[in-house]
Design a protein around this ligand. Structure first.
Ligand code: ZN
Ligand code: ZN
Length: 396
């Protein structure tokens, strides 16, 4: 096993320049969710140049893909998950260029030795994590039906390498209120769509003291009229909802929906509502996390266990972690504690020599953890038993 881990490290080191070129290429061409055509093309040509067949579009999504390398017989099917979407106006401020490159590097590390094992290794390209719920759509279309274990990493900052971190459930609600325009000198001739929108905000704030500690609803107004002397006929707003569980998110959706209905009844404006698929809370698989932690520590990266119950953010890996054992652990790409994720400063930090070094180590750590899974049926039993005990029965 140790010799095989050394082989993985050497394989990834041999292609480090090409892997980092891929990371920088994705970084320098940020694309929003479901528009990641250049990122997928770059990953695809990297893999095709090395003799792999890439299936894309995958499950009907143009910017999803899957590549598989089979071992000598049937066995555990391990997928590395790649994300590659960026943030509007910020670029790769969440470091998904590094996630994608780690997945590719880890795949290459395992592909070089899978011939000796039963099982298979793949990369599943998962678009639109930052909004659009790519993994939720992929799950609905069966993209993970032939996968037993999902592994990915996520860049973090401030020197914080967290393992086993959870994530809250989340969704977004978008509302358009349609009213009737009128001269502002006689507002009673119109229906004020902006008033309806503001009423939704006020009702949410009124009830905020009844929220649970983990609940959060935050809203923005996207459109609220065009001139102050015209009664707005259209107002658009969007709300981000977070809660400890998917079940609680469903209650919050009902609450916001009732606020919208009250605003309609009060003002006469008509609402058009769309709710994004729910990002589930996360169930990190502890045995897999422990293996990843051990492997990263053998590469010189110390990791700490995350505290449970903190006000963590959300990701669609949560939905995957309900279906199959999954990890999504955090590797810091900068020691600067003032640099926050989702900022332009973080975008710059994602392609520095320090970020590059972590990217290669992340790829190695993921591949080494996949090797642990391939090597030991006892370890797989431990992972599977933990998963079965951890995920609530009502989700099965
Ligand atoms: Zn993000
Ligand atoms: Zn992210």
């Amino acid at each position: 096993m140790e010799q095989q881990k050394t082989n993985i490290i050497q394989t990834i080191d041999r292609m480090q320049h090409e892997l980092l070129a891929l990371s920088h290429q994705i970084h320098d061409h940020p694309e929003l969710g479901y528009e990641e055509h250049q990122a997928v093309a770059s990953i695809r040509s990297f893999l095709e140049d090395r003799g792999f067949q890439v299936e894309t579009p995958y499950c009907g999504l143009d910017t999803s893909f899957k590549v598989v390398k089979k071992g000598k017989g049937p066995g555990p099917r391990i997928a590395f998950l790649a994300e590659y979407d960026a943030l509007r106006g910020i670029g790769h401020g969440c470091g998904h260029n590094i996630i994608a490159t780690c997945a590719v590097g880890a795949f290459m590390g395992i592909a070089s030795l899978i011939d000796e094992y039963d099982g298979e290794v793949s990369i599943i390209g998962t678009p639109a994590e930052e909004g659009g719920a790519g993994k939720v759509i992929l799950l609905e279309r069966g993209a993970f039906d032939e996968t037993d274990y999902a592994l990915m990493m996520h860049p973090s900052g401030g020197g914080s390498n967290l393992v086993g971190r959870g994530g809250r459930a989340a969704t977004r609600i978008r509302v358009s209120f349609h009213g009737k325009a009128a001269h502002s000198s006689s507002p009673s001739n119109g229906i004020n769509a902006l008033s309806a929108a503001i009423h939704v905000f006020n009702q949410i704030d009124l009830m905020r003291s009844t929220f649970q500690v983990q609940d959060n609803i935050n809203g923005i107004i996207l459109e609220g009229g065009t001139a102050a002397n015209v009664i707005p006929e259209l107002a658009k707003c969007e709300f981000s909802l977070r809660a400890e569980t998917m079940l609680r998110i469903k209650e919050l959706i009902r609450f916001v929906t009732s606020c919208i209905e009250h605003a309609e009844a009060l003002t006469g404006a008509k609402a058009e509502v769309s709710v994004e698929p729910i990002y589930a809370e996360r169930y990190p698989n502890k045995p897999m996390c422990q293996a990843f932690k051990n492997n990263m520590e053998s590469l010189g990266i110390q990791m700490t266990w995350a505290e449970p119950g903190k006000l963590y953010g959300s990701s669609d890996i949560g939905n995957v972690s309900i279906k199959i054992p999954a990890i999504h652990d955090y590797l810091s790409i900068t020691d600067d504690k003032t640099i926050q994720s989702h900022s332009k400063e973080y975008t710059k930090a994602d392609a520095t020599p320090q970020a590059d070094e972590i990217c290669l180590k992340g790829a190695k750590g993921l591949a080494m953890t996949a090797l642990d899974i391939l090597e030991s049926s006892e370890f797989r039993s431990e992972i599977n038993a933990y998963h079965d005990a951890q995920v609530p029965k009502e989700y099965r």
